[in-house]
Design a protein around this ligand. Structure first.
Ligand code: C2O
Ligand code: CU
Length: 435
């Protein structure tokens, strides 16, 4: 992967900076073709929102309603999914499950309350392996009612593009060879920060979002000292040392830290670290905030019962070099490929369910559940981090525990979007609470 620092062509946008909106309860997102610069001085036709990719950063305060009018001018059907938000099912943006795809020229009103503060993102959920790979996504930040005090709150969108030498995006979005392997990996890595300069001694919050359709990014951050405070938008009970940051596609990591030098986002490779982005440290902050970096306010989620009401297992099967596999498509869950008429499982509201995610394939999968967060179960059996997307490496397994308390039909799929497109997806039904 070569370095790329992309310039957005929005009027006035500085090199490598993302467009931002203020706190806004009402927003229009116009999906449309845009031009961006991935390779220096070459224009790349892409898809974006309101003239840019990533689309504008949407910020809303926890507990406040967000109203977004999605105007589809992309030239093809589309829909927007609000990744990680525990919202009302009808607003989840999944064509075929929660709504019809929005035709070109039409629009759709999304309206929901974000119950959790944290770092989320929005993206197309129609032919996502192609539309997301073309740039149809953006950051969605839900602010705490009492946010931790920092000098700068910085969003960093991470991606890798597959570009040709002339700057155009490589075609073959539905390439079956990619789908059967690790998905559409790019050849241009990128970490696009919403700010290009900070001061030495500044306290910063870094919200990293991996928007790639396939690539898992290990990320080494130089020039800061601090803590990891949240994963997938959900606060950690005990903030962790900044080490071994890994973002599978769709995952987020929040860091709060003090600046000790240029802040560099490095992707480790066999030939040494590759700098994906750098936020320059200029001058010195004469009045550093300092002080301990404590946990963010805890999320308000239903506690799982000590003994699970149900135990299920979800076996990932198929793919290149895969073992036994009965599904009709490249990938399957428990031998069943793609969406079926019936849900994989039906839960009564509030059920605590333990699911063993068993990866029987030769590739990693990052499994995403819509409308809920779940606990990763640690090796010692305790409740680990709350996530909405969990990475399970080839041949490994991980148990998760989820309280299914959000009624509706929810997708459960691999967020390596080519895997999802070729069979690795299903859905669950959560019954409404009894009246
Ligand atoms: Cu990020 Cu089913 O989506
Ligand atoms: Cu997968």
């Amino acid at each position: 992967m070569a370095i790329s620092r992309r310039m957005l062509l929005a009027a006035g946008a500085a090199a490598g900076l993302m467009p931002r909106t203020g706190l806004a309860a009402t927003t229009v997102l116009r999906g449309e073709p845009v031009m961006a610069e991935i390779l220096p001085e070459l224009l790349t036709p892409m898809l974006g929102f309101n003239g840019t990719t990533p689309g504008p950063e949407i910020r809303v305060r926890q507990g406040e309603a967000l109203d977004v009018r999605f105007e589809n001018r992309t030239g093809e059907p589309s829909a927007i999914h609000w990744h990680g938000i525990r919202l009302e099912n009808a607003m989840d943006g999944v064509p075929g499950l929660t709504q019809d795809a929005v035709a070109h020229g039409d629009s759709f009103e999304y309206s929901f309350v974000a119950p959790d503060a944290g770092t989320f993102w929005y993206h197309s959920h129609h032919r996502s392996w192609e539309q997301v790979a073309k740039g149809l996504y953006g950051p969605l930040i839900v602010e705490e009612t009492n946010p931790p005090i920092v000098d700068h709150d910085i969003t960093v969108m991470i991606d890798d593009w597959r570009v040709e030498q002339d700057g155009s995006l490589a075609g073959g979005f539905g390439n079956m060879h990619d789908f059967a392997h690790a998905g559409r990996l790019g050849n241009q890595g990128e970490a696009l920060a919403s700010r290009s300069e900070v001061r030495l001694g500044d306290r910063v919050r870094l919200r990293m979002i991996n928007a790639a359709t396939a690539r898992t990014f290990p990320m080494e951050i130089a020039g800061i000292e601090g803590r990891i405070v949240a994963l997938d938008g959900m606060p950690l009970r005990d903030p962790e040392e900044i080490a071994d940051i890994v973002l599978a596609s769709a995952q987020r990591v929040d860091v709060i830290a003090d600046v000790t030098g240029d802040v560099m986002f490095n992707f480790p490779t066999a030939d040494g670290p590759l700098e994906l982005s750098r936020i320059k440290a200029v001058v010195e902050n004469a009045f550093p905030l300092g002080g301990e970096i404590g946990p963010l306010p805890p999320p308000v989620l239903a506690r799982p019962s000590d003994v699970s009401d149900r135990e299920l297992s979800l076996r990932m099967q198929g793919g290149a070099m895969g073992g036994r596999h009965a599904g009709e498509d490249i990938w399957s869950f428990n031998g069943v490929s793609g969406m079926q008429q019936e849900p994989w499982a039906t839960f009564r509201s509030g059920e605590t369910v333990r699911i063993a995610l068993v990866n029987e394939t030769a590739f990693a999968h990052n499994i995403h559940l819509h409308g809920h967060h779940f606990y990763e179960i640690s090796a010692d059996g305790s409740l680990g981090a709350l996530r909405d997307t969990t990475l399970i490496n080839a041949g490994e397994s991980r148990a998760i525990v989820c309280v299914f308390d959000n009624p509706g039909n929810w997708l459960l799929h691999c967020h390596t979007l080519g895997h999802q497109a070729s069979g690795m997806k299903t859905w669950v039904e959560v019954k409404p609470p009894p009246v």
